[in-house]
Design a protein. Structure first.
Length: 132
């Protein structure tokens, strides 16, 4: 069973677990947008069809496989650190490049799925991990 899920519609997501998902979402704000706005709760619209999802039951598995790879995200309070599984984590385009390199080098569980999704984030202003 894979750790990452993509859904073709929000109805499909709801049938598969409702809202008990961590969402990896592309940041659609323009490059140069102030970080205060990027990590603002009001800037976030959950449940995008092109997001990648992790079931809440797999949160510990995600952290054990990716916790040392995906670090330095900026939180809503503008601090940064390990992935906050209950809040907003923003990763810039520059951070995404480093994350991609580390994933290719380490090849953690289900990395091909995440790698493919992250490659598409180059078209955006980085990505978010939105916690439970």
């Amino acid at each position: 069973m894979f750790m990452f899920y993509a859904f073709s519609s929000q109805e499909e997501r709801k049938k598969s677990g409702g809202t008990y998902f961590i969402e990896l979402q592309y940041c659609r704000l323009l490059p140069g947008t102030e970080i205060e706005k990027i990590v603002s709760v009001t800037a976030i619209e959950h449940w995008k069809n092109d997001s990648l999802y992790i079931n809440g039951d797999d949160a510990n598995k995600f952290v054990s496989n990716y916790g040392k790879i995906i670090t330095g995200g900026i939180y809503n309070n503008r601090k940064s650190g390990m992935v906050d599984m209950y809040g907003i984590n923003y990763y810039s385009q520059e951070q995404t490049k480093l994350i991609l390199e580390r994933i290719k080098e380490i090849k953690p569980l289900d990395y091909q799925i995440l790698l493919s999704w992250l490659e598409k984030s180059k078209e955006h202003n980085g990505f978010y991990i939105l916690g439970l």
